[in-house]
Design a binder for this molecule. Structure first.
Ligand SMILES: [Ca+2]
Length: 267
C-alpha cells in the first residue's frame, strides 16, 4: 500500500522506535498508524490516541494489517466483530470467516487468522469483551480473561478464562453440557460443532451453523452464544433461533441484539 506521511505527531521520534502519523493510503482514506503490535500498545504508548483504524503488526508476525481500535479509558481494544444493522451479511463460509469481511469503520468481522496472530504470542494475556445493545436503549457486557484462539489446523479453537460482566456467561451456556469453550469454529461448509446429531425435542440437529442462520461460530451443542447469526430489526427481534444470541441475557425467548461488538485487550 502506498502511504503518504502527511503529519508527524510530536513528542516521540523515530529513534525511540515509536512513530505516529495521520496517513492517507492510495484511496485517500484517512487512517492512523503506529508501530504498535496491537491497539493496547498503541494506546499505552500514545495515551491521547483516538479510536479509529490503525495498522498493526503483532509480535512475531511478518504481516501488517488494519484494525479498528476502540480507545477507552481502560486501554486500547482491538475490535474483531461489530454488528449494527443488516447491511453486512454474516452468512459466510469458512474462507470469509478466516480472512475477514465488512468495513473496519462499520460492521465487520476482522478474521480468525488475524485474531489468532494477535493472541498467538504467549507472553501476552488477552481479555475479550463482548458488548450488547438491546432494542430499548440498554446495554450489557461480558468479559473473559485468558482469551486466545488456536491455529487454523485446530479450527481456531476458542479458549476463554474467568467470566465477569452483567450479560451472563453465554459462552459456558445457560445450562450444563453446552459449553463452547474449547470448541473449534464452524461454518456451513466446515462442521466442528458438538452435534452429530444433537436431539432437541423431536428435532435431530447435526449442523448448528445451518440451523442458527448460516453464520460462523464456536458452536458446541449448539450452545447459548452466537453473535454472527441473521440480523433482526426492532420488532422482529424476539423468538428467532437465527438472531444475534446471548441467551444468558434477556431470557427466556431468544432475543436478538440490536448491536454487538467483540474486542480484545492485551496485558
Ligand atoms: Ca455437527
Amino acid at each position: 500500500m502506498k502511504t503518504i506521511f502527511s503529519l508527524l505527531n510530536s513528542g516521540q521520534n523515530e529513534e525511540s522506535g515509536w512513530l505516529l502519523c495521520v496517513c492517507f493510503d492510495s484511496s485517500l482514506q484517512l487512517h492512523r498508524t503506529g508501530s504498535g503490535t496491537d491497539c493496547t500498545q498503541i494506546k499505552s504508548l500514545q495515551p491521547q490516541a483516538r479510536s479509529g483504524v490503525y495498522i498493526i503488526q503483532p509480535a512475531g508476525i511478518k504481516s501488517k494489517f488494519k484494525v479498528y481500535c476502540e480507545m477507552l479509558p481502560d486501554g486500547g481494544w482491538t475490535v474483531f466483530q461489530r454488528r449494527s444493522g443488516p447491511t453486512v451479511s454474516f452468512v459466510r463460509k469458512w474462507t470469509d470467516y478466516r480472512n475477514g469481511f465488512g468495513a473496519l469503520k462499520q460492521d465487520h468481522w476482522l478474521g480468525l487468522k488475524k485474531v489468532f496472530f494477535l493472541t498467538k504470542n504467549k507472553s501476552k494475556m488477552w481479555t475479550m469483551r463482548v458488548d450488547l445493545w438491546d432494542h430499548e436503549g440498554g446495554t450489557a457486557f461480558a468479559e473473559y480473561k485468558n482469551f486466545r484462539l488456536g491455529n487454523e489446523k485446530a479450527a481456531f479453537k476458542l479458549q476463554v478464562g474467568t467470566y465477569s460482566g452483567n450479560a451472563g456467561d453465554a459462552i459456558r451456556g445457560a445450562y450444563k453440557g453446552i459449553d463452547q469453550n474449547g470448541y473449534g469454529f464452524s461454518t456451513t461448509d466446515r462442521d466442528n460443532d458438538g452435534c452429530s446429531p444433537c436431539i432437541f425435542g423431536d428435532i435431530a440437529e447435526s449442523d448448528c451453523s445451518f440451523s442458527e442462520g448460516g453464520g460462523g461460530w464456536w458452536y458446541s451443542k449448539c450452545g447459548s452464544a452466537n453473535l454472527n447469526g441473521d440480523y433482526h430489526p426492532t420488532g422482529q427481534h424476539i423468538g428467532w433461533a437465527s438472531g444475534l444470541h446471548w441467551l444468558t441475557w434477556r431470557p427466556p425467548a431468544p432475543y436478538s441484539a440490536k448491536a454487538t461488538r467483540m474486542m480484545i485487550k492485551s496485558a
